[in-house]
Design a protein around this ligand. Structure first.
Ligand code: AHR
Length: 326
């Protein structure tokens, strides 16, 4: 049957503007969806080191460059603050959550909550230990075990394989402290005359590094120390101060190897006070937001992305210093 609908001219005059308005609404909705800013919640460890300051700056400036609505929260090195921040990002319904975990364990419940809410999570700089690997999409950051290995090889080169090492450990329970120690000790097994004779946490800060080094220098076997291995440059710089106050020549009486490659470490190497810094790149902003944007667009990303890094000694310090970005 051929059914013809004939509209009265008056009805047609009324219907046409309605069709036009509906079209306009649809286009506006599509435009709004296309122009909607990507909302990212980022929970940072704190501001404990020069490395961290550079990392924060890299993340904030990259978000601004890309027009991303970044909700940034500083955990002041406390896991409970970080868990609160992640819960608040979930409540705000952000598109993606990224964070640099203070410590490795204890994040499973809050990550389950993010998963339930359908919000993808990206780990930046540090890893977590979870039973379900699907609780995060990807992990971008350095290979901390390799950094520890490189530091130990540098000690072997500096001392001909004979070292009584004082170790300044990073934040207890954090991925870099655990992994750097692991990599360092792995290499020590190759060198029977290299051993750690004292070890304590300096929490990745300059003040704590100085305080712990002062205690090391007061211990009964202080005279045996010929190497300091610091898990980051800030603690090494604090320890240099402690050595100088105790009348010890840093970099000469006690050789110093640390990790990060911040500008202050290069200055200390130029002055002959620090021997080697193993680079750990904090400028993760561009790579982080490349990953986040892909995830938001439902594109696949690798589970692990490792940043590229080098090792620098005193002979390279003067040439490298002007090029350092952090
Ligand atoms: O997680 C990276 C480490 O954290 C850096 O080596 C250290 O300086 C920072 O505090």
């Amino acid at each position: 049957m051929n059914l013809k609908i004939i509209l009265h001219p008056r009805a047609l005059a009324l219907a046409l503007p309605l069709v036009f308005i509906a079209g306009q609404i649809q286009t506006k909705a599509a435009d709004a969806a296309a122009n909607k800013k990507l909302v990212v919640g980022f929970s940072q460890v704190g501001a404990e080191s020069g490395w961290r300051t550079a990392n924060t700056e890299s993340i904030k400036s990259e978000a601004e460059k890309r027009g991303i609505d970044l909700r940034f929260s500083d955990a002041q090195q406390k896991q409970e603050n970080q868990i609160k921040a992640i819960r608040s990002f979930i409540a705000q319904g952000v598109d993606v959550i990224a964070f640099s975990p203070v410590v490795e364990t204890g994040f499973e419940p809050v990550l389950q909550e993010a998963k339930k809410a359908g919000i993808p999570v990206v780990l930046s700089d540090r890893a977590v230990k979870v039973s379900d690997p699907d609780l995060y999409v990807t992990f971008l950051g350095s290979d901390f075990v390799e950094e520890g290995r490189r530091a130990a090889e540098a000690v072997a080169k500096l001392t001909g394989g004979k070292a009584n090492i004082a170790e300044l450990v990073g934040t207890v329970g954090s991925a870099p402290a655990i992994d750097r120690k692991k990599g360092f000790e792995e290499v020590l097994t190759k060198y029977p005359d290299m051993k750690i004779i004292m070890s304590q946490s300096g929490d990745f800060t300059r003040a704590k590094g100085k305080e712990v080094m002062e205690a090391f220098l007061k211990s009964p076997n202080a005279k045996d120390i010929n190497v300091l291995f610091a898990h980051n440059d800030d603690m090494a710089l604090g320890a240099i101060q402690a050595m100088e106050e105790a009348g010890i020549k840093p970099g000469v009486d006690i050789k110093i190897v640390s990790i990060d490659g911040v500008r202050g470490a290069f200055e200390a190497m130029k002055d002959g006070k620090l021997n080697v810094t193993v680079e750990c790149n904090p400028l993760l902003g561009p790579q982080l937001f490349d990953l986040i944007e892909k995830i938001a667009n439902k594109e696949s990303v690798p589970k692990r992305v490792v940043s590229q890094e080098g090792v620098y000694d005193q002979s390279q310090a003067a040439e490298e210093l002007p090029k350092r970005q952090y």
